[in-house]
Design a protein. Structure first.
Ligand SMILES: [Zn+2]
Length: 305
């Protein structure tokens, strides 16, 4: 092949490639809601305390929100349709943390007040933990000291032939006392562990609220990887030709519908809106399950007749 024909075939190759890319983009942007987009319910974790049927109702409500302004179906529940969006409800550490604190009667909502309350409770619990830990460490030290002395004592008397009755009784008594001391320390340690778990849950929830309302994150060494992950209630993914929506957390039924509607919006290839009232706003701050004028304009621009 000559040099010039090599350049021509190379250019042709690039041109064809670009054409293919343009076609794909064209198909993806224009065909996205010509036909209703199919979805199906995937995994529903029972720990949310919501049945599969109840979850399906929330999903259907969220799907219907987008069709309403156009008076036609944009999404359709159809397990066998083409390019089905699978919708999953996955329980994770954030929901676990929220549930744990709710059981302890903490007020959790995504407001600054709740953030301040939790943060002061966190500071109190943290110093309570540190105090109790110091005391317990000391108690364990004296317990260990006492048990070492006892063991040496037993060893000493074992080497001797015949132990006087009063010595034997003293050793028995010490053994019993050490046994109940051990049980007592074990209880205290369990309590301390529960306190640490509450503190860890608190840090997760505080940071979740902080991320949502742009406040300072709390740094606490025992939280592990939880701190490093950014909070998101839901997630839309288009990967290897498969679409899915995963919901990780919701505070109430309205929020569930709203977060589902938000992710459905991403399935329509809608971007985030700058309007805090919009379903497509990047944070889920409101309980309304109506599209905002901004959302309506976006869906009309995408799918309008
Ligand atoms: Zn989003």
């Amino acid at each position: 092949m000559s040099k010039s024909s090599r350049i021509i075939s190379w250019r042709l190759f690039v041109l064809l490639g670009m054409l293919a890319l343009v076609t794909v983009i064209f198909l993806r942007t224009t065909k996205v809601c010509d036909d209703p987009i199919s979805y199906r319910i995937g995994k529903v974790d029972e720990r949310f305390g919501i049945t599969r049927e109840e979850f399906a109702i929330a999903v259907n409500m969220a799907a219907a929100m987008w069709g309403k302004p156009l008076a036609r179906e944009i999404f359709r529940e159809d397990a066998k349709g083409n390019s089905v969006v699978e919708i999953n409800l996955v329980y994770d550490y954030r929901q676990e943390a929220t549930d744990k604190l709710k059981k302890l009667n903490y007020n959790i909502d995504k407001t600054k007040n709740s953030y301040e309350d939790l943060k002061s409770s966190f500071q109190n619990l943290k110093s309570e933990y540190e105090q109790k830990k110091t005391i317990l460490d000391g108690e364990f030290n004296s317990y260990n000291l006492r048990i070492n002395i006892f063991n040496k004592d037993v060893e000493y008397w074992n080497r001797r032939e015949g132990v006087a009755e009063n010595i034997r009784r003293r050793l028995e008594k010490e053994k019993d006392e050490l046994g109940s001391l051990r049980a007592d320390l074990q209880n205290k340690q369990d309590d301390l562990k529960r306190l640490a778990e509450t503190i860890n849950s608190m840090v997760i929830v505080i940071n979740e609220i902080a991320t949502n309302i742009n406040l300072d994150l709390v740094n606490y060494q025992n939280t592990g990887e939880a701190l490093g992950r950014e909070f998101c209630e839901g997630f839309y993914e288009y990967k290897n030709g498969k679409q899915s929506i995963t919901i990780y957390q919701f505070d109430n039924d309205y929020r569930l519908v709203r977060v589902l509607a938000h992710e459905f919006g991403h399935a329509l290839r809608l971007n985030h809106s700058a309007d805090p009232k919009a379903v497509m706003y990047r944070l889920i701050q409101s309980d309304t399950i109506e599209l905002s004028p901004d959302d309506i304009a976006a869906v009309k621009a995408r799918c309008g007749s």
